[in-house]
Design a protein around this ligand. Sequence first.
Ligand code: C2E
Ligand code: MG
Ligand code: MG
Length: 581
Amino acid sequence: MTFLPHETDASLQWADLPSVETTSVRHTLGELALEMSGVAAMCLNAKRRLVWANSALLALTGFNHVELTGRCSRLFLREGQSDEAIVDILAGVTAERRWQGELRCMRKTGSALPVRLQVSAVPDAEGETLWVLQDLSRRRADEALIHQLRYFDTLTGLPNWSWLQDELSRLANRANSRNERLAIMLIDLDRFRSINDARGEAVGDYLIETLAERLQTAKVPGALVARRDGDEFCVVMPCADVGQAKTVGAVLQRLVSEPIILGQQQYDLSACVGISMFPEHGRDASQLLGNAGTALHAAKRNHQGTVCVFCDALAADAQIRRRTEEGLQRAIEQDELSLHYQPQVDLARGTVLGVEALLRWQPNHGGKISPADFIPVAEQTGQIIPIGQWVLEQACRQARPWCEGGANRMRLAVNLSPCQFRHGNLVRTVSTVLAHTGFPAQCLELEITEGILMEDPERVEVIMRELCALGVAFAVDDFGTGYSSLGYLKRFPLQRLKIDRSFVVDCCSNVQDRAIVDSIIGLAHNLGLDVIAEGVECEEQREFLQAHGCDMAQGYLFSQPLPPTALEGWFARRPDGGLRP
Ligand code: C2E
Ligand code: MG
Ligand code: MG
């Protein structure tokens, strides 16, 4: 340690100072007590030269008695810690006979030594002062670790969400004072969860680390990158306008979509980006991040790999979705959900071969909400898992007498959401429901979409085969609207394709729709699958479909979806009682 000479010369280093005669340790009672207490202490004379130091101080600073004694007091000041600190200490001691505070000091080795220092004038000893140092290095290291854990992501080392919120508020204030704009971009990987589930967390972690590095090293001027958790990143950057933000969003997407090779495997990822702009989409961090999140949800709903910028229409949409989500939480308990059933008819024979269960939501306070509106919300929030389970159980219970009445030949079709494949144990759910309700497994058909087949083919195939082993059949709903490669149709255990209503609507008048419907029927039959047309509304469509070999149809021409008692009435009015094939 170096101490300031009495006549302060700030430019002097302690090594330059003349060494005074070494004094021996004075064994007064007070000094003995200080020696035994273990606290680091030293005594300076009126000329501020060290006359005594205990062994704790020597251990703390790394100097020995000879090196210290007679030296003056500036050795522990680190660069940047100005001599003003010493002046302040001296002033305090002169005025109040004591001073205390924190200082950044230095050991003999040059390493940092943060201390809490207490200086007191020694009573009855003209001008002598006692300096007691408390080592704060451990506390500072703990604080640094806490800061690191609190504000930085352990996997990627990127700043985390808490940091981002604080930093974004600061950036927004600065941008405001400089009249600048910022773009806040949330980047969320598509289908990352299924890769994580299928390939394991170690692979997922590797992919996230690789992307974190790519985003960080991307040459986007002034950009800050943070990781939320899971597969969501945020980039904040100064930005002139929405056009520039979209361009950068697309650049970031391209970075994500460059293949990642791990072992023998290549991973081709994609991401959606949601953007909000400061100041037009919010003035504080929570508004800006919330609105970027709303834009991200809209991008995700749209299509994989979409960039979406926040706008007022999205805000209104988000509010409706929030209300829907809240309402859905109570829907099952408050008995607001019910099922309607729509008959499926054999085109050649005119007999009823099955019914499709369609979910209805009628909130107690009035109105009806369409499944097209609430099912996507339930899928996003995960509420579709309990709801889907309720649908399956209720449908099996209600349809059991109809299927048994048809000598186990009438089928019950139930729609499944992709989430039910991703989360929850679908095989256990279905087998438990079949056991509870006594519904015959061979009468149950599950309707899935092409997207499910594309998402995680290996896992989905295992689940489908286990369900098939129970006797359950599968149909591909809305066929032709997805992006499936047709190769998938061979791979999965399927029984039926359902031609999407959008092709049926104009199949009699539009040449292309006619060709598509015709091709789907041919394709299904060539693969040994049945084919059913949905949304058949008129006789002309029925005739066209029948003439082109379509096996079955469903639509308003035959019946609207009906509640159970109305459906039973409909069955009864049919010449065959509706139940015999
Ligand atoms: P989807 O499975 O393709 O069901 C057919 C939709 O077309 C139903 O709409 C039905 O009411 C309607 N529809 C039937 N015939 C005709 C017709 O001739 N003309 C017209 N214009 N429409 C017809 P809905 O009930 O509104 O259901 C919409 C979608 O919601 C369903 O499409 C299905 O994807 C989903 N959904 C319904 N219930 C459930 C469920 O329990 N679980 C899941 N995950 N999704 C469901
Ligand atoms: Mg369906
Ligand atoms: Mg459909």
